[in-house]
Design a protein around this ligand. Sequence first.
Ligand code: HAM
Length: 418
Amino acid sequence: MIPAVRGTHDILPGQVERWQRVERIARSLCERYGYVEVRTPIIEREELFSKGTGETTDIVQKEMYSFTDKGGERITLRPEATPSMVRAYVEHSLEHALPSTKLYAMGPMFRYERPQKGRYRQFHQLDVEVFGLSDPAVDAEVIDVAWSLLEALQIPEIEVVINSVGCAACRPTFQAALLAALGDDLPKLCQDCQRRAVTNPLRIYDCKVPADQPIIDRLPHSVDYLCESCAAHYAGVKQHLDLWGLPWRESHRLVRGLDYYTRTTFEILGRTLGAQNALLGGGRYDGLVKALGGPDRTGIGFAAGMERLVMAMPEQAADETLPKIAVVAAGEDARNEALRLLRELRRAGLSAHMELEARSLKAQMKRADRVAARAVVIIGADELARGEVTLRLMQSSEQRAVARAEVVPAVKAALGLS
Ligand code: HAM
């Protein structure tokens, strides 16, 4: 046996119904909020992520699946969707092509991380992005999409955490204050933090090393260093969240691990999830479209880890599958009629099953049980002669004759389907 690659998973029947529910609810919610779907390739040029996600991020430094293809081009399996969405937006001038640029995407992402519960090497994201809109109401609306999604999935005990990391104008002042406050303590921090102090000081807030925490707790907060317009924007975001009654908590440590963020950052945490508790995360990235060769347009969005949504969704929220109908035939002539009926049932939108390898009546009834058929339609020589079938309801064991022409409506009525 050749097992699956570490950190990847097959999604099998039993689980797949939960995925289908998440996908269906996400799709319908996004569309209700005015988002349209975009599907981008899983492979991109490596430089899209080194430029987009950022050279100093863990993703680019340690986690990308990159290779040189046979034409000598550096290719990467996408570790996140945002740079691809920006690329598609720029490459196809979507701001002109679409009435509004509120986009969503779903699909697999790849990061070479140490696998654990909730963290995988191939995982899936629902990604939501808005281009060209800067009003704080947009930030709140994006957070509302995220919140409403979790609510629709009945995920309990969730918490919205927000922060503002400022813009290109005020970030340098904050970084300087941060480094000044660190001062002589810098050599006491872990190796990663010392590296971050040089490459991207804000990332020091991401540090989980216990010994570093007392020092990090004393560091200044980005919200105290916002320029006037960033401060007004952040206040506006909070106002709009309050207007819609969305509860939030501010955390000055929410800097997020990607380089492109400006102003609003946010995450929604699930308390039932364990160590990997971020159901989703996102924020504003006002400089990214331009940095990737596009017009000077703002951006904001989030991505939800679909494995985590599936995991956090309560048991009873799983999808109901269509009830199954088994068609059972006794004898060669009856079999042909049964095959006709099988197709008829399926074309009428029903989920019908028949054993195609000729089997005894008893074996066919056993299989009907095994596939959990709710109704069985039996055709034997007698039924055939009378132009009827026998309809048996498995739960009540009730059995009756139904005219051949009436089978589809009779089955639908018996199973309570319209
Ligand atoms: P991110 O925080 O890297 O942000 O990922 C978003 C979500 O994807 C996480 O909150 C988590 O639920 C899930 N996730 C990330 N890595 C893994 C993994 N290895 N295994 C399972 N789930 C994972 C982004 O990707 C940004 N592109 C979000 C964004 C969109 N910002 C603006 N627009």
